[in-house]
Design a protein around this ligand. Sequence first.
Ligand SMILES: [Zn+2]
Length: 112
Amino acid sequence: MAERFWAKVDKRGPDECWLWTGAAGAKGLGSFRREDRTQTTPRRVAYQLVVGEIPEGHIVIATCGLGNCVNPNHLAAIAPGGEVSRDIEPDLVDIFERAARRFYAGHAGEEP
Ligand SMILES: [Zn+2]
């Protein structure tokens, strides 16, 4: 699955946005079909492939603000309460949590 996934990503430098070039999906977040044929968003797949499992109930956001960015360095899993669950550099926590608040303000209920 990983090979099929990354073939549809415009991979760039570690700090740049890596844009999903596959199916656009709803809301511009992209769409990817898992092996079990369920649909998910590319950033959730990128997070699972590179960072690890997404804790139950968490959403994955792109902190750069681009809905179809899948650079793992730009992704964070956010708990329903808004806390960042991933170990990140302390000076990034604010950025991630602000992104989470924006996310919940604009897209409540999005994406399992
Ligand atoms: Zn990005």
